[in-house]
Design a protein around this ligand. Structure first.
Ligand code: HEC
Length: 178
């Protein structure tokens, strides 16, 4: 009689926990199903002659800022982090990289004509000055990518100089050797 009573008691405790267990199982199944979506994580080959540093002077300290804060989304040399293997962060990151490369690709700078190069350089300064770049969720995961006020000033000084370089080269091309 005592045993039966105890059995009944634990049985009702199980029943009370059941909805929670079912919910957990559903969440786990959804998480597992999400992992089946494998976003693209490609780094297309880079032709050094197409990279930005083959077209305008990029001093080492500027290269270091671009490498630390922009490279993962604006080049073909993305360092795919561990969370790029786990959905849903992987889905957000791969989208940002795809859109980032579409907007500005430092690995394919050679494709930009004079006007586009000038516009991209100007935009780099604008975006960092306004604090739009690097993109927000990225800086949470990569605190070192946050730009200091000095970094922003350095980038803008550099874009100014690089734009002058682009303009000078265009003018030289126009005057031509003949
Ligand atoms: C996490 C990815 C990520 C990082 C890191 C990142 N960007 Fe972006 N960037 C994007 C995405 C996505 C877009 C396009 C959508 C948008 O503008 O929000 C973009 C757009 C831009 C544009 C606009 C291009 C145009 O012509 O309108 C510029 C300029 C830019 N980024 C510069 C930078 C610079 C400079 C850095 C580093 C300081 C940087 N980004 C870091 C993802 C990123």
């Amino acid at each position: 009689m005592r045993n039966v009573h105890r059995w009944k008691f634990s049985g009702s405790a199980m029943t009370r926990r059941k909805p929670l267990l079912v919910l957990l199982a559903i969440v786990a199944a959804m998480f597992a199903a999400l992992q089946l979506i494998r976003p693209e994580r490609t780094n297309p080959p880079v032709d050094p002659s197409m990279r930005i540093d083959a077209h305008v002077t990029v001093p080492p300290d500027v290269a270091a800022i671009l490498d630390r804060s922009c490279r993962d989304c604006h080049t073909h040399e993305t360092r795919w982090p561990w969370y790029s293997h786990v959905a849903p962060p992987s889905l957000l990151l791969s989208r940002d990289v795809r859109e980032g490369r579409d907007e500005l690709n430092l690995s394919e700078w050679g494709e930009y004509d004079e006007e586009t190069s000038d516009g991209q350089l100007e935009e780099i300064c604008t975006q960092v000055r306004e604090g739009n770049m690097p993109l927000l969720p990225y800086t949470w995961m990569h605190p070192a990518s946050k730009l200091s006020a000095a970094d922003v000033t350095r980038l803008c000084d550099w874009t100014e100089r690089a734009r002058a370089e682009v303009a000078a080269r265009a003018q030289a091309d126009e005057e031509g050797p003949n």
